[in-house]
Design a binder for this molecule. Structure first.
Ligand code: NDP
Length: 344
């Protein structure tokens, strides 16, 4: 090989290595969930090296990542967020530039049945990540999945960061606590850490245990002739429903800000669960009143009548705005369900 060819080859190799090392590395805890899968896809498209954690990577189903065609492009590690050693081990191994903390028991209704698991996974899980970052002294940026449930009932007034929390479920208590953990570590130790207080966001990848997916699946089965009746709890509750794929974009944008701060991510519009049901059944050509039964046994011990967020700051500072509102979300979920494109 002529010397100039060798030089040329080295230059190519060097730039390939540089390109590789310039690649940002992200770690997503709870990558097997709805948001984890969409976020993995989003970050891969941006050229990130994506790592994820699951409590048991050998037995967990990563059907959402497979569904999005990205399972083979992410590295998955087993990690127990409630064990500091396990968290330290994974952080040392991966050395991420950005961490997205999405793991934890995420169902409000299940949290009434499993309050301890809900508190431990969300509160201790988040605390361990913060402690591990502090202990390792690494300049990693942390996004924490906060929840609109922390605000409680907002009485129709769109919530902003700074509105007092009034949690009304074990899940909301856990998320409110994790929010303050993050704020405290940011202030006390100068960590780059922030919480996105996200309002409900849905997709065909939503777990069937959530009411929106239950409604969509039942409407499609009934339209296909199943003859069943759908039983629901309080249909008067108002929620701010957006589209999950758009919400993970906001997570990434938060970590690109020069200074860390918490943001509300929402559409700014609330609708009742009854409106959601009406929309879903209308999409399949049915009148919901003939197929849905209000069941008092499904009422929660305490619930939120009204939940809506103010996305103005996110729009101004992150350049983020929801384009999909409740009727669009329902239509897309129904379309996927009917085409057999929803998971589980
Ligand atoms: P999912 O429930 O789909 O995913 C959460 C992941 O966390 C699971 O895949 C699971 O991963 C892990 N997990 C579940 N239970 C536990 C547990 N007890 N202990 C430890 N890990 C657990 O949630 P989403 O993707 O919808 O949400 C992501 C995050 O955002 C969650 O923290 C959620 O609370 C929060 N959030 C979600 C909103 C929404 O509307 N979707 C709204 C606001 C906040 P594995 O089994 O592989 O360990």
């Amino acid at each position: 090989m002529a010397p100039e060819e060798t030089v040329q080859k080295r230059t190519e190799q060097d730039s390939a290595i540089e390109k590789q090392s310039a690649k940002k590395r992200a770690l997503i805890t709870g990558i097997s969930g709805q948001d984890g899968a969409y976020l993995a896809k989003n970050l891969l498209a941006r050229g990130y090296e994506v790592h994820g954690t699951s409590r048991d990577s050998e037995t967990t189903s990563f059907w959402r990542l497979e569904h999005l065609g990205v399972r083979g492009n992410v590295v998955i590690h087993s990690m127990s967020a409630t064990e500091l050693h396990s968290v330290l081990h994974v952080l040392r191994q991966v050395q991420p530039d950005e961490i997205y903390n999405l793991a934890g028991q995420s169902s409000v209704s299940l949290s009434f049945e499993q309050p301890l698991e809900t508190m431990t996974s969300n509160i201790i899980g988040t605390l361990n990540l913060l402690e591990a970052i502090r202990f390792l002294g690494v300049g990693v940026r942390l996004y924490n999945a906060g929840s609109s449930e922390s605000f409680g009932d907002v009485g129709g007034v769109p919530a902003t960061i700074g509105k007092p929390f009034n949690p009304r479920s074990p899940y909301a208590v856990a998320k409110a606590t994790a929010f303050w953990e993050v704020a405290n570590y940011r202030e006390a130790y100068g960590l780059y850490a922030c919480s996105g207080v996200l309002f409900n966001h849905e997709s065909p990848l939503r777990s069937p245990r959530f009411v929106t997916r239950k409604i969509v699946s039942a409407a499609c089965r009934i339209a296909a002739g199943s003859g069943e009746t759908l039983h629901l709890g309080n249909m008067d509750v108002q929620r701010d429903w957006g589209w999950a794929e758009e919400y993970v974009e906001a997570m990434w944008r938060m970590l690109q800000q020069p200074e860390p701060r918490d943001y509300v991510i929402a559409t700014g519009v609330q609708s009742s669960l009854r409106d959601f049901v009406h929309e879903a059944f209308a999409c399949v050509g049915l009148d919901w009143r003939a197929h849905v039964h209000a069941d008092p046994s499904l009422l929660r011990p305490s619930d939120i009548a009204s939940s809506v967020g103010d996305p103005a700051v996110a729009e101004r500072e992150l350049g983020w705005k929801a384009t999909m509102h409740m009727p669009d979300v329902v239509k897309e979920m129904i379309r996927h369900e009917q085409a057999g494109l929803s998971g589980e």
